[in-house]
Design a protein around this ligand. Structure first.
Ligand code: SF4
Length: 88
């Protein structure tokens, strides 16, 4: 599974962090980022989109799905490894 956060949409309410604390965290700007060892807390692409594959250190798939459903602004998008978007 691949995870994408649209930091332009994120309002930093922390719902995803409360549900999936091993996958998401808020950076100092109050924007969600993905807890991937390769991504630092300040990681932010030019277009505000942060992407990462799910890794073994992250939450289970169902937990990540629940976190995406809880986002009030639909800033979290999930994709299968083949690129198909997962409906949450
Ligand atoms: S639930 Fe959505 S709006 Fe809230 S911190 Fe996570 S990505 Fe941002």
């Amino acid at each position: 599974m691949k995870i994408q956060v649209d930091q332009n949409l994120c309002i930093g309410d922390g719902s995803c962090v409360m549900i999936a604390a091993k996958t998401f965290k808020l950076n100092p700007d109050g924007k969600c980022y993905i807890l991937n060892e390769e991504l630092g807390p300040e990681e932010k692409s030019a277009d505000g989109m942060v992407k990462s594959p799910a890794t073994e250190t992250m939450d289970a798939r169902d937990i990540i799905l629940e976190a995406a459903r809880a986002c009030p602004v639909q800033a979290l998008r999930l994709y299968e490894d083949d690129g198909t978007e997962i409906k949450v």
